[in-house]
Each structure stands twice: as C-alpha cells, then as structure tokens.
Design a protein around this ligand. Structure first.
Ligand code: IPE
Ligand code: IPE
Ligand code: MG
Ligand code: MG
Length: 340
C-alpha cells in the first residue's frame, strides 16, 4: 500500500518563496519604471544605448526598484515621484554591475556575455559612469535634497565597499567582521536607500523612514550572504552568472573565512595556495567545495542570512499588516531560500 506522507505545512511547502506577490502588487508601476529607464538611456552616441540596452534588456530581477515602489506603497503614497526615483535606483545598480564586472573580470551576467567581454573594459566603465550620471539627473529632476542626500550617500558607500573588498582579495587574514562591513557597504547600502526613499516621498515620519532603511539594509545583507553561498553551490549558471567566480578571483567571502578558521593546518595551506598565492589547478574548486561542506560553512552562511532576515522582518512590523507588508516579508524569505 502506497502511503502518501503529507508535509506538515501544506501551504508553505506548496510554493517556494518568490517575488511574484511583490511583482503582482507593483507590476504596473514597474512597467512605468522600465519606460523611464528606456527613455533615459538614449544618447546620440550610439554605443551608449547599445551597451546599456545589452545589460538592461537582459532583465535582472529589478529587485531594488521594486523595493522603492513597494516601500512607497507601504507608506500609503499616492503620487508618481517614486517611478523616476525607482528608475534612478536601478540605474545606480546597473552602473555598479558594469563596473563590478570589469573589476571582477566576469564574463557572464544576466545569462549573457558581460559588456566588458563584448565591448571591452573602457566602454563598460564609461557607460557605467553615464548611467550613474543619469541616475543623478533623475534625482535632480525630482528636486528633493533629502532623496539626493540618501542616494548620493549610498553611491559613495557602494564605491567604498567595492574598494574595501578589493584590498581584502587574497588576504586570508580577512575577518568575518571585515567581510560583513564590505557587504553592508557594497550591497546593503543600496537596498537600504531604495527602501528609505519610499518613506521620504510619502512624507512619513523619520522613524518610519528609519524602519524601512533598516529593513532594506538587513534584506541586502541576507541577499549578499546567500549570493556568496550560491557562488559555490548554484548549479551551473543558475543565476545567469558563473559559479566559482569568487574562488577564481581570490574573494574572501564568509564560507571561506569560516572554513579557514575551522580548518586543519593542511587545509589552511590549501587556502593559502589557492586564494592567497592564487596558484589554482584543475580540481581545486571541487576541493574547496568539499572543505566548505566538511565544516558546514555554507549552512553557517545561510544561517547568518537568516539572522539578518529576522531583523528585516522585525522592521516591517512597524507597518500596517496587509498584502504589501506580506509581499516584502516574502521577499526576505526569497533572498534567503533561493539557495535551497
Ligand atoms: C547582483 O544583484 C549583485 C549582488 C548584490 C549580488 P542582483 O542579483 O539583484 O542582480 P540582477 O539585477 O537581478 O541581475
Ligand atoms: C556585486 O558584487 C556588485 C555590487 C554589489 C556593487 P559581487 O561581485 O559580489 O556580485 P556579482 O556576483 O558580480 O553579481
Ligand atoms: Mg562581481
Ligand atoms: Mg564584485
């Protein structure tokens, strides 16, 4: 007799957390954001829209602009200022990706060849600068010095985070604390700003702006921690980018920091050879994976993501219950669970 064992919680197990709910709530606004994006990447210099549309049309989750739209909605905003500002947020994100792929020497992004592979590093850097500038033009058109302050600060912090990360490359002395500082800057800052400006356009009290900022910052931490775990575990080019890039680049991410701390003398010599001296041979990535597995550091990294996720959920409690709050909650779970 075949026995069907029903999962304890049918509702939860029926569907993996996704961005679908968020998408369905702010989908119309997001279409408008995409129009603003397309309108603002035009230029008489054909290479600009050519290169920009290569990365922008390839998709991307549009998670950060969705956060701006949803945050504004959560705050009861009924105007239209959040549309160009969400586009501005995505322009900043796209600019950092163009620059980041040059810095990381990546060749796959959003399932396509990176712009640096197709057009070279100089064009990628310069079009990245163009998109950054477009972002600031959109903010100036909006006219809020407060929004400008938030996104200008975030942009400076992101750049700082990327430079900070650059000097930790191949440095096995990198601590968990330093790693967390780096990701808070390079990823947390834009998530935080994207959310905060939703409260600012809605003219909500500072405590609410701060709660949304805290929500975004912690969601961003969870997102990047998971991403760094996935860089070792994702099947193939699952996320539209290559697996194993961090190892090949000598990036000291949390799975490695923990494995190094927990490793034997022999294991530490392996990490020193492969990541510090960058002497990598075929089979080393597989060996690295098995060391991470032995010390449970992928699991520990995802646990850390959950800790940040819990703070993000907590920050949402200040806001009225309802579909938008629920969708933002699910975005936190999505950020963490996309590993599993
Ligand atoms: C990539 O961000 C950079 C990280 C913070 C890991 P996303 O994973 O949000 O990239 P897209 O926009 O969906 O391509
Ligand atoms: C993404 O960082 C760039 C920023 C957050 C500024 P990573 O280098 O870790 O992300 P991927 O793997 O290229 O998307
Ligand atoms: Mg990168
Ligand atoms: Mg990088």
């Amino acid at each position: 007799v075949a026995v069907t064992v029903l999962p304890k919680n049918n509702r939860e197990s029926a569907r993996a957390p996704s961005l679908d709910l968020l998408q369905s709530l702010i989908g119309d606004d997001l279409k408008r954001v995409n129009h603003v994006i397309l309108d603002h990447m035009s230029s008489r210099v054909a290479l600009i829209p050519e290169l920009a549309s290569h990365i922008i049309a390839a998709g991307g989750k549009r998670l950060r602009p969705m956060l701006t739209l949803a945050s504004a909605k959560l705050c009861g905003y009924a105007g239209i200022r959040h549309i160009p500002l969400a586009a501005s947020v995505e322009f900043i994100h796209t600019a950092t990706l163009l620059h980041d792929d040059v810095v990381d020497g990546s060749d796959l992004r959003r399932g396509n060849s990176t712009a640096n592979v197709v057009w070279g590093n100089p064009a990628s850097v310069l079009v990245g600068d163009f998109l950054f500038s477009r972002a600031f033009q959109l903010m100036v058109e909006d006219g809020s010095i407060e929004v400008l302050r938030i996104l200008a600060n975030a942009s400076a912090v992101i750049a700082e985070g990327e430079v900070h990360q650059l000097i930790t490359v191949s440095d096995m002395a990198t601590t968990e604390e330093t790693y967390l500082e780096v990701i808070a800057a390079k990823t947390g800052a834009l998530f935080a700003a994207a959310c905060r400006i939703g409260a600012v356009v809605a003219e909500r009290p500072v405590v609410e702006a701060e709660a949304l900022e805290r929500f975004g910052a912690n969601l961003g931490m969870a997102f990047q921690l998971t991403d760094d775990a996935l860089d070792y575990t994702a099947p193939g080019s699952h996320r539209g980018k290559n697996v194993g890039d961090d190892f090949r680049d000598g990036k000291i991410t949390l799975p490695v920091v923990l494995a190094y701390q927990r490793g034997s003398e022999t294991e530490r010599r392996f990490w020193q050879r492969t990541l510090e001296r960058m002497e990598q041979a075929p089979g080393d990535l597989e060996e690295a994976r098995s060391l991470l597995d032995r010390h449970g550091t992928i699991r520990a990294t995802v646990e850390r993501a959950r800790d940040y996720g819990a703070i993000a959920h907590e920050a949402l409690r200040r806001f009225p219950e309802g579909p938008v709050q629920e969708a933002l909650s699910e975005a936190v779970e999505y950020a963490i669970e996309r590993t599993l």
